[in-house]
Design a protein around this ligand. Structure first.
Ligand code: SF4
Length: 369
């Protein structure tokens, strides 16, 4: 890697600045998005990853649950939502949710990841009851629930402020928030991939309120559909700037767009999923653009498959998100989802890195020999 980097120094100002540990600008990001030497980009991201977080690859034992697939929105990039009158539309009661969480805890989960559609009829009490039902019986489980987009919708639906809603949910047991709903912030793209969801700025404002209330969260970016390089860089810089203010993001998770059964596919606006090379570029860019501000870069193996996930870990990634014991959103688009801690640790060992189980907040739980 050293030889490769030395031979390239001076050939890209942005690579030079990244190697020197400088914060990359929008123009640097654009240069790297258009940079054709994917190996050099990956090597630079790896150098940065090693300097910032070393050779550990972390993952959590996580249980994924979607409490409802009924959604008032109808995003063009989504295969999950139902309008409520279809045979497969569902909404789980707080008691059913608690039962599933109970099974997850027996499987070894340390966190539950709970998200759902924008249900137009569920009151705020439903969400509070859900939190309380879980916390009363599973004190040691971390509840990571509700995207900023769901919270924003709930605020509009119930006419309570975002701060009020988050405070009530936190008091009921909410520990942290996932990073979904961010998609791509730039309105040029967002308006073409989401319909009925908050704007990018509203997502950022909502998550900032959560961080200021002491609720940490993840951050995501949905890529691989109709975006251009400037939309990716814009998104990464907005995440970085917010992180500098709040330090509330735990990890950044680039999410590869999954094509099947979406409106974007049906209307032929996207005809194939992005290439693996583009996936690697996105992981490397995420590492380099966020360096120093947000140093956990997650590789979501559910979307990549385990083999590509290994390569992505060698292009700047340092975290595998988690076991995802059950994950219905990607399954709706035809992706297999189950894995265990041992499988994930083997995946890491095969690339000569150190597998480490973590909790939601990136505290280390166990090392695998
Ligand atoms: S992405 Fe979320 S908000 Fe949009 S339609 Fe799907 S479930 Fe609803």
């Amino acid at each position: 890697m050293g030889f490769m980097l030395e031979s390239m120094i001076g050939k890209s100002a942005a690579i030079d600045r990244a190697v020197a540990g400088e914060e990359l600008t929008f123009d640097d990001g654009m240069e790297l998005m258009n940079y054709e030497n994917i190996h050099m980009l990956g090597a630079t991201a790896e150098l940065t990853r090693q300097k910032l977080v070393g050779d550990d690859v972390t993952f959590t034992a996580s249980y994924y649950m979607n409490y409802t697939n009924v959604c008032a929105a109808s995003c063009q990039m989504c295969a999950f939502y139902r309008k409520g009158d279809e045979d497969d539309a569902y909404t789980l009661s707080p008691e059913e949710i608690e039962k599933r969480v109970s099974s997850a805890e027996q499987l070894g989960a340390t966190e539950v990841h709970i998200v759902g559609g924008f249900h137009p009829d569920l009151p705020l009490d439903y969400y509070e009851e859900m939190m309380k039902a879980i916390k009363q019986k599973h004190k040691n489980l971390t509840i990571k629930a509700f995207t900023a987009a769901e919270i924003f919708y709930l605020s509009k639906l119930t006419k309570n402020s975002i701060k009020e809603i988050l405070t009530r949910l936190k008091n009921a047991g909410l520990d942290s928030m996932p990073g979904g709903g961010a998609e791509l912030f730039h309105p040029e793209i967002r308006n073409k991939i989401v319909r009925g969801k908050c704007t990018g700025q509203e997502w950022l404002d909502t998550i900032e309120i959560a961080h200021n209330l002491g609720i940490k969260s993840n951050a995501t970016m949905l890529y691989g559909h109709i975006e251009k390089p400037e939309h990716v860089i814009d998104h990464l810089i907005k995440i970085r700037e917010l992180q500098k203010r709040t330090k509330g993001f735990l990890t950044f998770i680039p999410l590869k767009f999954s094509l099947d059964n979406t409106e974007l596919e049906n209307e032929h606006k996207v005809t194939q999923e992005c290439s693996s090379l583009y996936d690697l570029k996105i992981i490397a860019l995420s590492r380099l653009m966020l360096a120093g501000a947000l140093n956990n870069i997650s590789v979501y193996w559910v979307a990549y498959g385990k083999k590509l996930a290994q390569v992505a870990l060698c292009n700047g990634g340092s975290d595998l998100v988690g076991t995802a014991f059950s994950e219905e959103i990607y399954r709706a688009a035809g992706k297999p989802t189950n894995s265990s801690l041992i499988e994930l640790s083997n995946l890491v060992k095969e690339i000569k890195r150190n597998p480490v189980q973590r909790n939601t907040f990136f505290d280390q739980i166990q090392h695998f020999k």
